[in-house]
Design a protein around this ligand. Structure first.
Ligand code: NAP
Length: 246
């Protein structure tokens, strides 16, 4: 009997959930619970942390999970590390469903950095108008450069004062398109973009828009994660579920 835990929070996780539900798979979808109204899924859904790697290992055993698919965001490093440890402890096979990183192409002006702090350092000293397209986490680190105006795009209205003095907040949920993001950046007179190298199609529009407007992008590279099999397509995940040693 196969029973799958799908760790979600990405467009790709939702796509996989649809396929699994369509195939009648016994699967549970898991959200961290970061957004007020998460996209509803066609699978039984649980919300909230497991309580670290130990809590997740206990959950896997209690729920008789036979396979874990980690389709969290490439920057959700804590969850992905916990998943590797928990699956080893519980003896449950794990694979990641992860979109490839974005690559700079002709006309792109990307400055690669390896952390949020390096992205802050890469911003100029002179006041600029920055599209800080990194979600709501890690905003406080940008308080080190309070001279800039920051355009933030968030899923939910902030429920606490923002740690940055000079911001405009746009409430929107992806996927986004290039025409809309170009207009947004023009409307706000953006001079640079800060992005996480998430990959995928849902959030690539800001990079297309930056290229067409000739704007520099400070690109935060992905965090290092423990080794695990990584699949890039739904069909590969389905094949792995049938033969997890592959
Ligand atoms: P994180 O730092 O790696 O995880 C922090 C803790 O949140 C985990 O230790 C776990 O708590 C809980 N958690 C994370 N993902 C979970 C899931 N799918 N189901 C149940 N618990 C989960 O993660 P994060 O960067 O805060 O991201 C949180 C969620 O937002 C993820 O699902 C991710 O896919 C999504 N997301 C993240 C980003 C980003 O830039 N980081 C962007 C878009 C979407 P316990 O230790 O208690 O189990």
């Amino acid at each position: 009997m196969t029973r799958i835990l799908l760790l979600g929070g990405t467009t790709e996780a939702s796509t996989l959930a649809k396929t699994l539900a369509g195939a009648g798979a016994d699967a549970v979808f898991s959200y961290a619970g970061r957004t007020a109204k998460p996209v509803s899924q066609p699978l039984p859904t649980r919300v909230g942390g497991f309580g670290g790697a130990e809590g997740l290992a206990a959950y896997l055993t209690a729920e008789a999970i036979t396979h874990v698919v980690d389709a969290t965001h490439p920057f959700a490093a804590q969850m992905s590390t916990n998943a590797v440890q928990a699956c080893v402890a519980a003896g449950v096979p794990l694979c990641a469903f992860e979109r490839p990183a974005w690559q700079a192409g002709e006309g792109d002006n990307w400055i690669h950095v390896d952390s949020i702090d390096s992205a802050v350092d890469a911003l100029p000293e002179m006041p600029a108008r920055v599209f800080l397209a990194i979600g709501k986490q890690n905003l406080s680190q940008f308080a080190a450069k309070p001279q800039h105006h920051y355009l933030l795009r968030l899923v939910d209205q902030p429920d606490a004062p923002l740690p940055l003095p000079n911001t405009t907040v746009e409430i929107a949920r992806g996927p986004f398109d290039a025409a809309g993001d170009t207009a947004l950046m023009q409307r706000h007179g953006i001079t640079q973009v800060v992005a996480k190298n998430a990959g995928g199609i849902g959030a690539v529009a800001k990079l297309t828009a930056a290229r067409s407007l000739g704007l520099p992008v400070i690109m935060i590279d992905r965090p290092e994660l423990p080794g695990r099999p990584v699949k890039g397509r739904v069909a590969e995940v389905i094949a792995w579920l049938a033969h997890p040693a592959s």
